[in-house]
Design a protein around this ligand. Structure first.
Ligand code: SAM
Length: 426
């Protein structure tokens, strides 16, 4: 911007300019002071004037931006959002001659609390450090992240108010139920949906996988996990790949595909061969929202040569030998299990007599291993297709709070009876 020498000389009178800024009531006036201060800053910089002088110009410019940001905020002009009040009122940034980018930057600077803003200015002006709008934008950005983190923690702690008495089994379509749940209110989901032909046997052709997956993403806490137990049917000689499509979709929603565990049925009932090997594996797809916060790895694999296995010997500086553990997950007697988990499954192996009254229950041990691995006592465990209530039963047994939802009244009654029986003889 070109200014006459006279204008520039006039601008050096900072007190006057500050007064003008204090009295400015329109974006036009503020912009004019801001632009002149910036022109002055560039001029003194090029002229090789002191950093103190440059910083005085920068201070005036930044104060103008802050005031401009406050005014734009009050006017509801937050960046030209089409859905904003401002847009509906047909007042646009263009009308006040500010572009979107400037509006966002000025409002960021305006969002910095007074004390922090003044401290930063006081610390920088008069030192050998250059005062810039970017340094304040960085402060605003850091504050926003901190604020979001605090908000997230507050929400998480509020959502931990589900008392043990509120734990329960609810009879509902899971999608409708989840729509009424709070954001980020669940620590762990352990569930197995009716998939492929199983949909028919549960008379539940209607549930929409994408909608359920989206709700799961919304209700799971940051750091929480969804364990999705599925398998694929063979239709017309081909595997349906339903489970793979679902896994890809979960990742596309924003989940991390944290792990795939293989649930092996140790006691398969072998039908006559249909020209392929009998399938004894279900997938346990584990999806986390961000980095998982809990991993209590189960160390139940015996180490045969306990004294030497898992250790390495190093010579210390003083010449003596030191025996050290190799990596995590190994003790002298046990090591971490692999991702292949084997259980007796099916009627009679569910864990109790109640489980026999549902055609497709989890083995209790499978669920308790997942709950132990991926949650802590007091956490909230959810099963959106709870069937005979295996997840809820094991959650209760392990001191977690639980929520189970099933569309079938019969299975909800069964699950409630099953859980009630934990407190007394069946
Ligand atoms: C594979 S079973 C789950 C069994 C459970 N894991 C257990 O151990 O008992 C699937 C369950 O989903 C239920 N279901 C089907 N559609 C549903 C829906 N839209 N909402 C909630 N539950 C549903 C069925 O009634 C069935 O009990």
């Amino acid at each position: 911007m070109d200014y006459s020498e006279q204008e520039l000389t006039g601008l050096i009178k900072f007190d006057e300019a500050r007064r003008a800024l204090a009295e400015a009531v329109s974006i036009d006036e503020i912009k004019s002071i801001r632009d002149k201060a910036e022109a002055m800053r560039l001029y003194v910089k090029q002229a090789g004037e002191s950093l103190i002088m440059q910083n005085q110009c920068a201070e005036l410019k930044i104060r103008a931006e802050r005031k401009g940001g406050q005014l734009l905020g009050e006017m509801g002009l937050n960046g030209g959002d089409r859905k904003s009040e401002s847009h509906r009122a047909r007042v646009k940034l263009d009308d006040v001659g500010v572009d979107k980018d400037k509006s966002a930057r000025w409002q960021s600077i305006a969002s910095i609390p007074e004390k922090i803003f003044e401290e930063h200015i006081a610390k920088t002006v008069g030192t050998e450090e250059e005062l810039t709008s970017s340094s304040l934008l960085n402060i605003a950005h850091g504050l926003r992240i901190k604020q979001r983190e605090e908000e997230r923690k507050r929400k998480i702690s509020e959502s931990r108010t589900l008392s043990e008495e509120e734990s329960g089994i609810y009879c509902s379509d899971c999608l409708q139920f989840m729509k009424n749940m709070d954001d980020e209110s669940i620590d762990l989901v352990v569930t197995s949906p009716p998939y492929d032909n199983m949909r028919l046997s549960f008379n539940s052709n209607s549930w929409s996988f994408p909608d359920v997956a989206k709700q799961l993403y919304r209700i799971i806490k940051e750091g929480g996990l969804v364990c999705w137990v599925v398998s694929d049917e063979t239709v017309d000689g081909s595997k349906t790949q339903t489970s793979f499509h679902q896994a890809i979709y979960f990742k596309e929603l924003g989940f991390r595909h944290y792990d795939t565990l293989f649930y092996v049925k140790a006691n398969p009932s072998y039908p006559a061969s249909c020209g392929r090997y009998n399938s004894v594996v279900d997938f346990i797809f584990c999806f986390s929202k961000g980095k998982p916060v809990v991993f209590n790895g189960i160390m139940d694999v015996e180490v045969k040569w306990g004294d030497s296995w898992g250790t390495t010997t190093r010579r210390k500086k003083d010449g003596s030998l030191d025996s050290q553990k190799i990596g995590n997950g190994i003790t002298r007697t046990h090591k971490l299990r692999t991702n292949v988990w084997s259980y007796h499954a099916g009627n009679g192996f569910g864990g109790d007599d109640y489980s026999k009254e549902h055609p497709a229950t989890f083995p209790e041990k499978l669920v308790s291993d997942l709950i132990i691995s991926f949650s802590n006592p007091g956490d909230i465990v959810f099963d959106c297709f709870s069937g005979a209530g295996t997840t809820c039963k094991m959650a209760k047994k392990l001191g977690r709070r639980y929520l189970g939802v099933d569309i079938s009244q019969e299975y909800c009654d069964l699950a409630r009876k099953r859980i009630a029986a934990m407190d007394g003889p069946k």
